[in-house]
Design a protein around this ligand. Sequence first.
Ligand code: SF4
Ligand code: SF4
Length: 226
Amino acid sequence: MKRNNVKEICCRKASQIAMSLLLPLVVVGGYYHPILGFTVLALITVFMVLSSRRGRFYCGWLCPMGAFHERFLAKMSLHKPIPALFKSCWLRWVLFSVMMSFMASQLFLAWGDYHAVGDVFRTMWIISTGMAIVLGVYFKPRIWCSICPMGSMQGASSKNTYLLTVEDSCAQCKKCQKVCPVSPYPGSFKKDGVSGQVPSIECLRCSNCVENCPKKVLSFQDRLDL
Ligand code: SF4
Ligand code: SF4
């Protein structure tokens, strides 16, 4: 493995471990200080700005929930494959609509009381983390990232940004799929004679596949064929 690859992997691990500490801080600390719930709002602002240049990079490198699942939940997960249902567009957007409607109604009721508003954001994290843990214990630990409303929002808003590109010389060995936390198979997106690109919404930009591809045919770039 090249030295700069090792550096990148260590850097991602370190940033994930650091960011994962925000999860207990907000969920547990927010019980005593609901204002901590505004951390979630700050992170939403960060990822919306970041996604305009780097797609779902936030999911792969910085998301406290994703980091917790990948670095800690993974140790107790059975790592079963992600079912096809979790890759369906309709499930992603139904969940998005339900959770956003719930959050909007709670914010409406809490409006004017900063502590109550902070608690709404904290509650959204508790609900998401609860569902993600139940799913992640049996399936791949980051299964939630396939349907996460925040990830869907970033993917939809960065359709042509920093896309994972597969060169035509891909050997279709499937090593990339084995190391991917959310299981798209980058090799399947290659096209004869031209490079293919993994849809933004399906890729966390984590670089695991790029670092592990034996043919070195994967890289990130903005879509050129538009
Ligand atoms: S690991 Fe590389 S060569 Fe193998 S299928 Fe994936 S992209 Fe193709
Ligand atoms: S396709 Fe590659 S970069 Fe995208 S999430 Fe999977 S392993 Fe990470």
